[in-house]
Design a protein around this ligand. Sequence first.
Ligand SMILES: [Zn+2]
Length: 298
Amino acid sequence: MEDISIMYHYVRAKDWKGINPLEPERFAEQIDILHKSYEIVSPEDLQKPVGLKPRCVLSFDDGTKDQYTNAFQIMKSKGVPGYFTVMSGPLKEGVIPVFHLVHILLSNHSDEEVWEDLNKLYDLKEVPKLSGIYNYEQNIYRRYNKYALNFFLTESQSKNYLTDKALKIFGSSENLIDQYYVNKEEFMEMKNQGMTIGVHSCNHNSFFGDGEEFYKLEIEPCAKFLKSEMNITPNWYTPAFGGGNNYKEMFRALEPILKENGYKGAFATTPGKNKGLSNFWLNRYDCINVPPFKPIGD
Ligand SMILES: [Zn+2]
């Protein structure tokens, strides 16, 4: 019998322009459907021999507030466990990763507004003819904005613009972090209610070359934060962006380091089934690629 794990990001209304937001009603429906064929378990349970049904772990990345206000409340009411991860950068250092700033911008302003706005600040007349890599974007302003923010402007110009826009919405970075991310008390409450808490990253960097260095920069400080602030010793890890383009190199480089530091397994973004903990890196299906949206394995 083969186990599965499902990957979730935002569990909130469809009008949110972030990675595949899943509506709370669909999430509740999905749990009920999965429950018929799978036992919904915490990662620790994968160590046990399999029972009558194969197992399914519900796993959550990025620690955004909707995971506490929507996903956790639904899971609590249905009595199912799950695995949530912490990104310590926002909570510990007050640093918000760029991809979240982009989601905030695009969910609060139209692409046309953003394009007009950017043109007031920078000379972007070269952008339309350079932006061909984003031809797949139907909206030409989105195409221009993406090229301008990801390639044309410097990293600090983009980050300053995005931060400025986000702060106009939230008032201050403290408010933004408080409203956008699950906080320490909420994570502790989730843990006390049977949820597993693991490490996602410090600043959501994808894997770069050196395993030891990456561990020291992106994993260890988050684990220390969990220990000192919430008295949680994490045993599970979920790499940011699934490791990015270098994920195979990451699997090889980080596995021995993570094992040495007490980790029992890690959740990748490669789709596929699992057999207990026979592999350290567990495959995951995105929540939109399982019922009620698609049959498992398609
Ligand atoms: Zn992430």
